[in-house]
Write a protein that binds this ligand. Sequence first.
Ligand SMILES: [Zn+2]
Length: 381
Amino acid sequence: MTNAILLTAILAACAVLIWILWQQQEVQADKTKEQEDARIPPLLRGINFLLSDEPDRALKELVHVAKLQTETAEVYLALGDMFRNKGEFGRAVRIHQNLLARPDLPQHLHMQAQVALAVDFQAGGLLGRALQQYGRVLDLQPGHIHALESSLRIREQGREWELAEELLQRLDRVRGTTSNLHHAYLLTEMARQKLVRKDEDGALAMVQQAIEKAPACAAAHLLLAEIDLKRGDVDAAVNSMRQLHAAAPYYLPLLVPVLLAHPKAYDSHGQAFLAQCWKDKHDELLAIAWIRALHGARGIEAAQQLKQSIAFEPRTLSACLHMKALLGEEDSLTRASRQWQSAQKNYSCVECGAKFVDMRWQCPQCHEWGSMRPIKEKEIA
Ligand SMILES: [Zn+2]
């Protein structure tokens, strides 16, 4: 009996001991879990929200992480770039602004965040704010090439040519280069603006400066011819046209409407100049531009006469369609050819391959100047 009581007591003691140990383990596990909880979230929670496509809640958690831990700033910068690349500019801006608000942000990351914020604004189309932000970067680091290049691009987009020219000069100094052709195109655009404001003398001086910088600048030769024609100096205009022919003959089609805007000069000298150019190379694109411009200025009969007098026979499919659109009888094929003509891409960029309907002196895609060439098609066998 005594043994039975003793055994029961031992078993009871063991049960109590096991229960106490088990309780202690539970408490320990809870403590560990609590410690982990304090360390891992909100980063994990943020990532979880990201994975479950809840970017706003993710952002809230990650902002908290960035405030707590300095070493997460790089991750945070990458996250901002990711949002920008996805087209979520507002979120990218918030991330980079939050980073910049941190007083303990290391200097190199501070600069990266400043640049990233400027890129966010630029990618989101807030060009004024992007310029301000690039300005802050340049205050901190006056030779920052990316900030200078991006500011130059924005000024060019806004047609603020004087400011663009200043930025290009700064870039040249930093890079140790001389971008003469780029300068010449900017000067030509400045001259064009002066001409619009009826300042012919100012425009003439500026375009001459452009040609001095880069004799290969086709836009400058074309504008000089236009200024000469406006001033009634036909001999000088013919000289400018010859210069254009020598520098970039493929841009001659652009000269035709300029000439036809001055009928006297066209009749006295222009017509003969174009006829000579046509005779030299039989450039199909020149003939098409000439017939089209004459059709617009003097009607279909003048255009037909010109086609006959220069004995123009289309040798490519696109030339056939152009002629049909311009001179064809009113039928469904002529109407279809006109539709085709209005959407036809006539120029492509030699730098990036982008194709456009109209001529641009600066490629909208790669921002190179003077890189557009007329698209030539294969001749019909
Ligand atoms: Zn391009």
